[in-house]
Ligand binder design. Structure first.
Ligand code: C2E
Ligand code: CA
Ligand code: CA
Ligand code: CA
Length: 280
């Protein structure tokens, strides 16, 4: 590229061409991922801080391509969102999570809440409420054990229709959490108008909590206080160390999720962990 010297246009244009081609390839692979059974879910435990018991799991998508290996969701979810593939993929993930959670119960394991991430396109899709209802009916999972994770940005986009959708979901009995809380829009007024259940403190604050500056610790404390004053429960994500656990306990955070307790696990491994927890 250097010898092209001043011809920066050609440099950038060929560079962009390569990455566009890569994206095109990835999206055509992604188109087939569902039908070829290349997608699966992993489950990360959520722990109640005062008792140490596992109260839920978050379902996280994985894509294992036969040649490319495991592709992280940060690479393919934005692509799926752009191409609209997120709607069928998200529907699959929702059903899969509900069936898995119902299966754990039918095997005698303690009932676990299962949290499923929704993308913006999925949330705005008019079929969403029916899709959720179908997933619950077909799996037999009690609605109160399904949690949907939304982000702040999704909520404020069209307040009126957002409110309708959230009301319909709540009427079904599912719970609603705000993911990555604190990183999105600064308007907090929506919090008291929408029928929410839980705030998830974004891991960026949790990871920096113990740092000298103290800003993140102050933010974490403020989010916990805010949640409680609005009668919402609060969960911290990205908990990796004992000192973070201690801090969260001290400030009355309700739940935690992170590598400290467990990485996201395949369903069989999570089931084993649940069995062990039951034995004491
Ligand atoms: P997220 O919803 O914020 O999920 C939490 C991410 O943090 C997960 O990354 C998880 O593996 C990671 N994590 C968990 N504990 C720790 C920890 O202690 N330290 C650190 N550094 N990270 C931790 P993952 O699985 O790579 O997912 C990335 C993002 O992809 C998710 O962020 C979510 O936005 C999106 N995603 C994943 N599955 C789905 C899905 O089914 N549907 C949609 N729409 N998005 C999904
Ligand atoms: Ca999430
Ligand atoms: Ca998150
Ligand atoms: Ca996220």
């Amino acid at each position: 590229a250097k010898e092209q010297g001043r011809n920066t246009f050609r440099f950038y244009s060929s560079d962009m061409h390569a990455s566009a081609l890569e994206l095109l390839t990835l999206s055509s692979y992604l188109r087939h991922a569902l039908e070829r059974d290349e997608l699966y879910l992993v489950y990360q435990p959520q722990i109640r801080l005062v008792t140490g018991e596992m109260v839920g799991v978050e379902a996280l998508l994985r894509w294992k391509h036969p040649d490319l290996g495991v592709i992280a969701p940060d690479r393919f979810i934005p692509l799926a969102e752009e191409t609209g593939l997120i709607v069928p993929i998200g529907t699959w993930a929702l059903k899969e999570a509900c069936f898995q959670a119902a299966q754990w119960i039918s095997r005698g394991l303690p009932p676990m809440r299962v949290a499923v991430n929704l993308s913006a396109k999925q949330f705005r899709n008019p079929g969403l409420v029916a899709t959720v209802r179908t997933a619950l009916e077909q799996s037999g999972l009690p609605a109160h054990l399904l949690e949907l994770e939304l982000t702040e940005g999704m909520l404020i986009e069209n307040i009126a229709s957002t409110h309708e959708t959230l009301k319909a979901l709540k009427a079904m009995g599912v719970t609603l959490a705000i993911d990555d809380f604190g990183t999105g829009y600064s308007s907090l007024s929506y919090l008291k108008h929408f029928p929410l259940d839980r705030l998830k403190i974004d891991k960026s604050f949790v990871l920096e909590m113990a740092e000298k500056s103290g800003d993140s610790a102050a933010i974490v404390q403020a989010i916990i206080a805010l949640a409680h004053s609005l009668k919402l429960t609060v969960i911290a994500e990205g908990v990796e160390r004992q000192d973070q656990v201690a801090f969260l306990k001290q400030h009355c955070c309700d739940e935690m999720q992170g590598f400290f307790f467990s990485r996201p696990l395949k369903s069989e491994a999570l089931e084993e962990l649940l069995q062990k927890c039951m034995q004491g």
